[in-house]
Design a protein around this ligand. Sequence first.
Ligand SMILES: C[S@@+](CC[C@H](N)C(=O)[O-])C[C@H]1O[C@@H](n2cnc3c(N)ncnc32)[C@H](O)[C@@H]1O
Length: 269
Amino acid sequence: MTAARPVTPSTILAHELAELSALADGGADPELAARLRAATALAAGLEPYLGRCTTPESPALAALARRTRERDWAGRAGDGVVVALEQEMLSGHVEGQVLRFLVHATRARRVLEVGMFTGYSALAMAEALPEDGEVVACEIDPDVARFAQECFAASPAGGRIAVRVGPALDTLRDLAGAGAPFDLVFVDADKAGYRAYLDAILDGGLLAPHGLVAVDNTLMQGEPYLPGERSGNGAAIAAFNEAVAADPRVEQVLVPLRDGLTLIRRAGS
Ligand SMILES: C[S@@+](CC[C@H](N)C(=O)[O-])C[C@H]1O[C@@H](n2cnc3c(N)ncnc32)[C@H](O)[C@@H]1O
């Protein structure tokens, strides 16, 4: 099992400060060293504190997160492996709890997830649904979809999750007009696809009139607001954020939770 890399603005900042602080402890001005230690403590303490102040995750979610950490993602091979995956993709305890709150706040019965990975966010939302609620979870990689379904089988709420394997845009097109719209949609798949997913959701009648769309990783490690060259994901998220900000169909807020979570609703609904 390898330790998770820092992949959010606050954890990257904490990591950088810790390294600078260690350098300063090696002989810099004592006041600079002390201030860097204090800045490191401020940044590094945030995420653990959020976790301590948040309702604990269920045993099923804890087991799913543990299994995800223990799996050798780099050495993954065989049938059904489609994309490069890593343990850092899992949303986790605090974000899972936020998603549960969104299920309750929207009184959701039908939830759509675009990008399931090992199923942490799908299961967190399923646990918050009423008995007859449903999460439809889209995932392109059959291997990780099987892994998630094994985890769901160990949870009473797992039966509320219907997994759709394949490119999410195809699934969204299949779902458009087939069945009731969704009260809550969580978008967390390939970043280059985000604009097409939002258009498919809004134009395909997939969002209930008072529905909410939550889009993950919209801070993308700070790339959209940092100077310098962007990665492919950074450029895709920067363009997505600009398009949403200019889109008269919606109103939105970018919440600095983990790697950024943008909440979107239809304007005037
Ligand atoms: C960041 S992970 C999702 C994490 C998950 N929501 C969670 O909270 O644990 C992104 C997932 O999207 C999947 N994905 C990437 N491109 C996709 C596509 N075109 N259609 C459906 N799923 C896709 C990847 O295989 C990966 O499992």
